[in-house]
Write a protein that binds this ligand. Structure first.
Ligand code: ZN
Length: 494
């Protein structure tokens, strides 16, 4: 990419005025200025980001872009797609920036005036070509852009907890939607929103362009559909399937730990044979469902596909409670440069899957629901039994650590984790129902645990988990512990 220093200086001076017009100096805060110009024939299009600190950074400054995603359980080298142009000091001066070897870090030379910001480009086309899972990509089209926060936004090391202001500029007349503060209709040309900190920004998505279809649903809390499709599909039907799922999940947990929720759906032509379009991803107040053309809805779409999609929605919406609000050590605070080793991926994925099974079964006529639930659990058991012994018999904590870096890369690890976790949850659920004569169930523990998570804002230690499950439903902690320890120990489980 060619880059003109004069142009950069002019942009800096113009933007300095734009950012600080009327700003009150005081607490540190970061403004992220995002400019997107779409690809055109003979022009690849580009995304530029300028991050500006309200108070100049006087110390050695290091800029970081993520290589790990919360719940991604793998590595994504987003630093490969960034071209850092320069850092700036107040008044439009530029400071040299050096990419450090090996890690996703850039060191900014010390400057007398301090560091005011950093300016970089993201090559979205290269990102989409090289990141093979659609779930982890941002996209750029002549009529659309879909941006995953963590794939395009970095931070100054040590400053992740400060508030963020996000300003997005798009082409003229383009609607710009962000999951941080969803609005329908979306604002045109530009939008400005706030995030509590870098995590919230990175965990959010931006979707924009005339190709974007938006819908607000009258749920509580309000939910939104942001859909982009590269083939004909039925927006109303997607909304209907999502809404059904959303209402059921909120009912199950009794309360929502967010003020709005967005289902960001993309239906995409495959970029190559190597690209995969099967995984969806949860975020604190949104879910990204980046799917292949086969997931479009036509008049011929059979009911079974709506059911499959509803389950997929339920599963990922449920993650906004588990693990986003209640989680074990390693999940949060998040380490953005390397996927954290987590001992409790079986909880994150297995207990959320158990919730999904219950939510779906609860919504069916009782007999049918019971039979479906049993069939589903039996299929999980069968899967575990079919695994090579070294995976099947590994202790869940050990498998969890492996799964936290290669969950989908070797999906045997991922599937064994969520299968054993869900079977453990089911056994605990049966214990609770039995001891309380059917008055309580694991759902009641989960509700209390989410409240505990929201209040305490810290991970639970594994030793605490039996108590957190048992106490709210008045069951003996030792009995829950016995079930848990049996499933955690090396061996096939149970
Ligand atoms: Zn999941």
């Amino acid at each position: 990419m060619n880059f003109s220093k004069t142009y950069f200086r002019a942009v800096l001076i113009a933007l300095t005025f734009f950012v600080f017009g009327g700003a009150v100096f005081g607490q540190q805060e970061f403004t992220y200025l995002v400019n997107f110009s779409p690809p055109r024939p003979a022009n690849p299009g580009r995304l530029s980001v300028w991050i500006v600190a309200k108070e100049t950074i006087k110390d050695d400054a290091v800029f970081v872009i993520p290589r790990a995603i919360p719940s991604g359980y793998g590595i994504q080298r987003y630093d490969r797609f960034l071209e850092v142009a320069a850092a700036s000091s107040p008044g439009g001066g530029t400071i040299a920036v050096t990419k450090l070897e090996d890690g996703p870090r850039w060191s900014i030379a010390k400057s007398k005036q301090g560091v005011e910001g950093i300016f970089y480009y993201v090559d979205l086309n290269q990102l989409e070509s090289e990141v093979l899972s659609a779930a982890d990509q941002s996209k750029s089209r002549p009529d659309y852009a879909g941006l995953l926060g963590y794939s395009v936004f970095g931070y100054f090391d040590g400053y992740q907890d400060y508030p963020v202001r996000l300003r997005v500029n798009g082409p003229s007349d383009w609607p710009i939607f962000t999951t941080l503060a969803p609005r329908v209709p979306a604002e045109l040309d530009k939008t400005e929103v706030e995030a509590k900190n870098y995590f919230e920004l990175a965990d959010s998505q931006i979707a924009m362009g005339p190709g974007l279809k938006l819908m607000k649903l009258a749920t509580k809390p309000p939910s939104y559909i942001a859909l982009y499709s590269e083939t004909k599909t039925d927006l109303d039907k997607h909304a209907q399937v999502f809404e059904r799922a959303f209402r059921k999940v909120v009912d199950y947990f009794g309360d929502a730990p967010f003020d709005s929720y967005t289902a960001h759906i993309e239906i995409l032509k495959p970029k190559s044979e190597l690209h995969s379009y099967g995984f969806s991803m949860e975020h604190s107040k949104s879910g990204t469902f980046y799917l292949g053309l086969d997931r479009a809805y036509t008049e011929e779409t059979p009911e079974a596909e709506f059911v499959r999609d509803e389950l997929n929605f339920i599963h990922h919406i449920a993650h906004s409670w588990i693990p986003k609000k209640v989680y074990g050590k390693g999940y949060l605070p998040f380490t953005w440069e390397l996927p954290p080793l987590i001992d409790t991926v079986w909880f994150n994925e297995g207990f959320a899957r158990f919730a999904m099974i219950e939510i779906r079964a609860d919504s069916m006529p009782a007999d049918e629901g019971k039979a479906w639930r049993e069939r589903y659990l039996a299929s999980l058991k069968e899967f575990v039994e079919s695994q090579p012994a070294f995976i099947r018999d590994m202790s869940l904590q050990e498998l969890s650590r492996i799964g936290s870096v290669m969950y989908s890369e070797d999906f045997r690890t991922g599937r064994t984790l969520f299968s054993k976790g869900a079977l453990m949850a089911d056994e605990i659920d049966r214990l609770i129902r039995e001891r309380t004569n059917g008055k309580k169930r694991l759902r009641d523990s989960l509700r209390a645990m989410v409240k505990w998570g929201v209040e305490n804002k810290r991970p639970f230690a594994l030793e605490e988990l039996p108590g957190l499950i048992a106490k709210p439903v008045g069951v003996k902690e030792s009995e829950v512990r016995e079930v848990m320890e049996r499933w955690l120990a090396p061996g096939p489980g149970r």
